[in-house]
Design a binder for this molecule. Structure first.
Ligand code: FES
Length: 580
């Protein structure tokens, strides 16, 4: 696509704050100068906000203030004025009930902070899972020139001479403790070895997936996704990002120029090739909603269906983000898609160039980590979208993390009414369940378990694990961590808490899953389903007040991105009435 640069020089939006001699201009400048800023920094140069999700409560983002310093260097070098500001930090590992409950809150914070402040452009500093989509959603709704730089993944986990991956090792080891293959003492010993440096999860979990999505969308510089947090090249990336945003402001290169339908299609195909997280489905739908791009679950299935997964990273494969970076990182994957005729090479990126130009000369330095297409991990990567009387609006499954022998399966349902019911009964040796059953969990969707917790990959019963069984079909309206694996049907929509058909499944019903034909069927007559739905009553009470109330009343279904209804769309960069 051709992008027409704006004329430069021209007055910028920050001139409303700093560009004159009125009382208000003096007021805005004078207070800013208490930070020791020389007068010539207010000469009409681009003012760049550094929107930082730094927080010690979000360990994956705890190093971002350091990285912001490098962004500042770059902004100064290019002739801009950097001003860093904090926004709500949605950390995955500590926030309760779930980080996802706060993604929309963070996005709202980002949007209002950008618009209300004298920002001509913004550098978005993200790391942990939800911080990347939250920043992109907020920035997209203002349409101020924006560029994202990720904090980068942690170094590989290492324990007893083995590489262990964030999250993935946790799920594996907790199952091994249950089955008796590992002692609790060993599990505790591995704790420090999983997280060896600053940075986000080192698997192809949601954080690495979303960093890759930002790059595939064109919202980050080429190569951003994979550089480890502690590699000096991460700092270089931050500095180059700082330089680039100043040019983007001069050109007026905005999110709406970059976040086109083609960009989203590129990201969906990329997600298939990297074996990315199912969480990307929800986040991309939400980001698309902010820029008015018509994206649906059907696009995910259509575009991802024939994309081979070529990135051999946990949880689908063997390696970790360090190896991915050393092999050449995401540009190699984009080049492979492009060579296969899959990518829209003309989609514009933050560099001002089309994505094809960015990856033209890259090389694959390790074909074991980034496989040639004819040696793909799985020929049908992507995300399968299943539909049927159990999920009229759709449900998702990640084939690359699932078991081949369970892709077509009919089994007796064992139903858990909610996460507490699951926790109370799963370890009961008298639970009537075996590996042919289908585990069903209800009331964990956006409204049922506020924020739609990552509990969809519910652990198997110990008595099944002891037989050496590693996987069973599991169905819920929950999400699953991007570091998790299994034949897990997620995001079943509409969710049980709003009266979706999942709400009326009973233990003993039979369920059919047919991934090749994209079918999810409850083997109960239509008349019986209608009767059960008539008798159904909502299980979740509306919270009395506060953010929980706002969330309950306005969150949308997973099939459209779980954004708030009133946050969809772009509200632009103009401020309302000036209070001075
Ligand atoms: Fe923060 Fe995985 S928990 S990136």
């Amino acid at each position: 696509m051709t992008f027409k640069k704006a004329q430069w020089p021209r007055p910028l939006r920050s001139a409303h704050w700093f560009g004159g001699t009125s009382r208000d201009h003096i007021y805005h400048r004078s207070w800013m100068k208490n930070q020791g800023l020389p007068a010539d920094l207010f000469d009409g140069r681009p003012v760049i906000g550094i929107c930082n999700t730094w927080s010690e409560m979000t360990p994956c983002n705890a190093h971002l203030r350091d990285l912001a310093q490098r962004v500042k260097h770059g902004i100064y070098e290019a002739g801009g004025l950097p001003l860093e500001f904090p926004v709500f930090s949605t950390g995955e590992s500590a926030l309760r009930p779930t980080a996802m409950m706060y993604r929309n809150l963070a996005a709202m914070d980002v949007e209002e902070a950008i618009r209300a402040n004298p920002c001509d452009g913004v550098v978005l500093l993200a790391g942990c899972d939800k911080t990347t989509p939250a920043l992109l959603m907020g920035a997209a709704s203002t349409d101020v020139p924006s560029i994202l730089v990720s904090g980068g993944p942690m170094l590989n986990g290492h324990w007893r001479n083995q590489a262990i991956g964030s999250g993935t090792a946790l799920w594996q080891m907790s199952e091994m403790v249950k089955s008796g293959e590992l002692t609790q003492a060993d599990f505790l010993d591995a704790e420090q070895a999983m997280s060896r440096s600053p940075g986000s999860c080192n698997t192809m979990g949601t954080a690495s997936t979303m960093a890759s999505m930002a790059e595939a969308l064109g919202m980050a510089l080429s190569g951003n996704a994979a550089i480890p947090a502690v590699d000096s090249r991460r700092r270089v990336m931050a500095q180059l990002t700082g330089r680039r945003i100043v040019e983007m402001v001069k050109d007026d290169l905005k999110p709406s120029d970059i976040l086109t339908k083609k960009a989203f299609e590129n990201a969906i195909m990329t997600n298939g090739a990297i074996g990315g997280s199912t969480n990307a489905v929800i986040h991309l739908l939400a980001i698309a909603g902010r820029v008015g791009v018509d994206l649906s679950l059907d696009d995910w299935d259509r575009l991802g269906r024939d994309i081979p997964t070529i990135v051999n990273l946990m949880p689908s494969g063997k390696y970790l983000m360090e190896e991915f970076f050393y092999a050449g990182g995401l540009p190699v994957v984009l080049k492979s898609l492009l060579d296969g005729g899959k990518l829209h090479g003309d989609a514009l990126t933050v560099s001002g160039k089309p994505i094809a130009a960015e990856v033209e000369h890259v090389k694959n330095w390790n074909p074991e980590v980034i496989r040639p297409v004819d040696q793909a991990l799985t020929s049908h990567g992507g995300i399968a979208v299943l539909k049927g009387n159990l999920a009229p609006n759709g449900a998702v499954l990640k084939p690359s993390a699932a078991s081949e022998h369970l892709m077509v399966h009919r089994g007796r349902a064992v139903v858990f009414e909610d996460i507490d019911d699951y926790k109370a009964r799963i370890n009961d040796e008298n639970l009537d369940i075996d590996e042919t059953c289908v585990m069903v969990m209800k009331n964990c969707g956006p409204r049922g378990y506020p924020g739609m917790a990552e509990v969809g990959n519910m652990g198997l019963p110990p008595k099944v694990l002891r037989k050496g069984i590693k996987d069973m079909v599991r169905i819920s309206d929950a999400r699953m961590s991007g570091t998790a694996y299994g034949t897990v049907v997620l995001h079943t929509s509409p969710e049980a808490a709003v009266g979706g058909p999942l709400a009326i499944v009973k233990t003993g019903d039979y369920i059919e899953i047919d991934v090749p034909n994209r079918r999810l069927h409850l083997d109960v007559s239509d008349a019986e389903i209608a009767e059960r739905l008539l008798a159904w009553t909502p299980p979740v009470e509306k919270p009395a007040s506060g953010y929980a109330r706002l969330f309950h009343e306005h969150v949308q279904g997973a099939d459209t991105g779980a954004d708030f209804d009133f946050l969809k769309g772009c509200r632009g960069r103009e401020v309302g009435k000036d209070s001075h």
